[in-house]
Design a binder for this molecule. Structure first.
Ligand SMILES: Nc1ncnc2c1ncn2[C@@H]1O[C@H](COP(=O)(O)OP(=O)(O)O)[C@@H](O)[C@H]1O
Ligand SMILES: [Mg+2]
Length: 260
């Protein structure tokens, strides 16, 4: 199992949208679970008309004495296009409390299980964030930023801090204007993991807007699929054992509804 954490430090660059696109485009043959671990509160349930429970809050309530895969899957929900998600509680107070209780156990489960890859939407990082423990155990940390000076500067500072604490964190750009990946990498001496295509129409569909066609050919989903392929090569192999969630790759086959 691999744990990939997506996060930001400033603004709202597109962490949730990218996490969903990545989970939906995850390579065939590898199971994927999206965990909405944003300390500022989850939005996916609201965006897709799901209930807040089951989710992280209900999982936290039953896992005080430990966590296993069956419990995790029982508290997951399916998004309309098939991505399996543990939705986060909508309020920041509750999200913070739940993550404080659950983040360590979830990260341990990730480390000990071989059945699935986990993509965690860790939202915006703050000093001493309740998701720090998940970041510490992650196989990959992607720090998202738009390539604008106001987002790049705080992101680069935070990347340095994450690097100092031993994490293999990289920037993931959302869009390539005004600076493209090569300019960011050379200008700031940072590692850039990739670029998510700037694609407001598909991003809108991934935020729950109805309308649109087959998302698989969209620039945003193509960029997510390309990143997913590259990440899957870097990450430890998973063992499919026939239990738990269904494989994820068909998540964007729902042409016509505009939903993942
Ligand atoms: N690749 C993208 N292209 C265009 N707009 C995007 C993209 N990713 C996200 N957005 C838009 O940015 C806004 C914030 O997205 P969201 O994923 O909620 O950000 P965050 O989780 O970082 O707060 C939404 O309006 C979303 O549609
Ligand atoms: Mg978000």
């Amino acid at each position: 199992m691999s744990l990939v954490c997506l996060c930001s430090v400033h603004g709202s660059p597109g962490v949730t949208t990218t996490a969903l696109a990545l989970a939906g485009a995850w390579p065939e043959g590898r199971r994927c679970l999206l965990v909405e671990a944003d300390p500022f509160g989850g939005v996916l349930a609201a965006r897709f008309g799901l209930r807040d429970t089951p989710g992280l809050a209900s999982l936290a309530a039953v896992s005080r004495n430990g966590l296993d895969g069956d419990m995790v899957w029982r508290h997951a929900q399916q998004l309309p296009g098939g991505v399996t998600v543990l939705v986060g509680p909508p309020s920041a107070d509750q999200a913070h409390a739940v993550l404080r209780d659950l983040a360590s156990a979830l990260a341990d489960w990730c480390a000990g299980s071989t059945e699935v890859d986990v993509i965690a939407d860790c939202g915006r990082l703050t000093p001493g964030s309740s998701t720090d423990v998940a970041l510490q155990q992650a196989d990959g940390v992607l720090l998202l930023t738009r390539p604008t000076p106001d987002q790049l500067r705080p992101a680069t500072y935070r990347l340095t801090t994450l690097g100092v604490s031993g994490l293999g964190a990289r920037l993931l750009l959302v869009g390539d204007s005004p600076y493209d990946a090569a300019e960011v990498a050379s200008g700031l001496s940072v590692e850039v993991a990739g670029v998510m295509a700037w694609d407001p129409r598909t991003a809108g569909a991934l935020c729950g807007a109805v309308g649109g066609k087959d998302l698989r050919r969209s620039p945003l989903v193509r960029s997510a699929a390309s990143l997913a392929q590259r990440l899957a090569v870097e990450l430890p192999a998973v063992v499919a054992d026939g239990s738990g969630a269904a494989p994820a790759p068909s998540a964007f086959e729902v042409g016509g509804e505009g939903r993942p």
